[in-house]
Ligand binder design. Structure first.
Ligand code: ASP
Length: 326
């Protein structure tokens, strides 16, 4: 093994003229097929580096501010792990109730404060559009880690990376999204990001009150991609390559009774999966709250835990890219 494994294996260096240097990541609409190829190539290299050496110094001296106004386990800790595996450090603000937010500080002032100390800000916030607003106020790159029911672009990037690593292709796929398609920001981003690929068929399976929003369906239609809505899974499961399951988002419901009527609408278990192909995968952004039974975890098609790990590599790639080091 070479004495400096980073220089031996990666085409990394200081590339501040690279197109994503200093840029915000707010929506998947920013990404085209070529960008995705580039991000995934870097993520793939990151995976190899983590497997070979664990941690390396690509972002030594850089600081990430992790600003979360909503609960998070995976997104927050994977950004922290990503930064630390690249030799950087993190200001964690996971509990805004202990920050000046409680004193009434605005989001833009908080962001302006954090960018005095950090090189990049990762933001999760309950309001749709909040990441764009923060990015407008900030000089440093802002990465949207979920803005209400809007988008979750880094999740969609890791979802697509998962499909590529697991199925070996991103064209000619039938992707079935199931569950809370109305409030689930991950599926809004994923449907949009999949429009970059050829021969994609999108199936949306949801209760009537949790259908995919019209604006997302309009965008899909405008790109000529086949899409169809269902209330049951039976009809589409046998032809599905990727079953993307989502949680019913209790916290987004204004009417608690409405939540009760749909909370257990679908449960994917080994019996349901008998109708699915052998070479398909089941994904979930997690947390799950009953919509995938634990008995499915040992099925090789259950990709949701591997999906989390791919998230680390994608987030490492994104940090390196916006900080001009990939
Ligand atoms: N973790 C994902 C998100 O933050 C999915 C979920 O919460 O259900 O959107």
């Amino acid at each position: 093994m070479p004495s400096d494994p980073t220089s031996a294996h990666l085409p990394f260096g200081d590339q501040r003229s690279a197109p994503w240097y200093g840029k915000d990541i707010i929506s998947v609409k920013q990404f085209h097929r070529g960008d995705l190829q580039y991000i995934f190539d870097v993520a793939h290299e990151m995976r190899g580096m983590v497997e070979r050496v664990g941690t390396f110094d690509l972002l030594k001296g850089k600081i990430l501010a992790n600003l979360f106004y909503e609960p998070s386990t995976r997104t927050s800790s994977s950004f922290t792990a990503a930064m630390e595996r690249l030799g950087g450090s993190v200001i964690p603000i996971n509990e805004v109730q202990y920050s000046s937010v409680t004193k009434g500080e605005t989001l833009t002032d908080t962001v302006r404060t954090l960018e005095c100390y950090a090189d990049v800000i990762v933001l999760r916030h309950p309001e749709t559009g909040s990441a764009a607003k923060a990015a407008e106020a900030a000089r440093k790159p802002v990465i949207n880690a979920g803005d209400g029911t809007g988008e979750h672009p880094t999740q969609a990037l890791l979802d697509i990376f998962t499909i590529r690593e697991e199925l070996g292709k991103l064209d000619n796929l039938t992707v079935t999204m199931l569950g809370d398609l109305k409030y689930g920001r991950t599926v809004h981003s994923l449907a949009r990001l999949l429009l970059n690929f050829d021969d994609i068929r999108l199936n949306y399976v949801s209760p009537e009150i949790l259908r995919m929003p019209g604006d997302v369906m309009e965008e899909v239609k405008a790109r000529g991609v086949t899409q169809a809505e269902f209330t049951g899974l039976d009809e589409v499961l046998p032809e599905t390559d990727v079953l993307y399951v989502t949680r019913v988002q209790k916290e987004r419901f204004e009417d608690a009774n409405a939540y009760e009527t749909v909370k257990g609408a679908y449960v994917i278990d080994p019996v349901v999966m008998k109708a699915a192909r052998h070479n398909m995968i089941v994904m979930h952004p997690l947390p799950r709250v009953g919509e995938i039974s634990m008995e499915l975890d040992s099925d090789p098609r259950a990709a949701y835990f591997r999906q989390m790990e791919y998230g680390l590599y994608v987030r490492m790639a994104l940090l390196a890219i916006v900080l001009g080091k990939a």
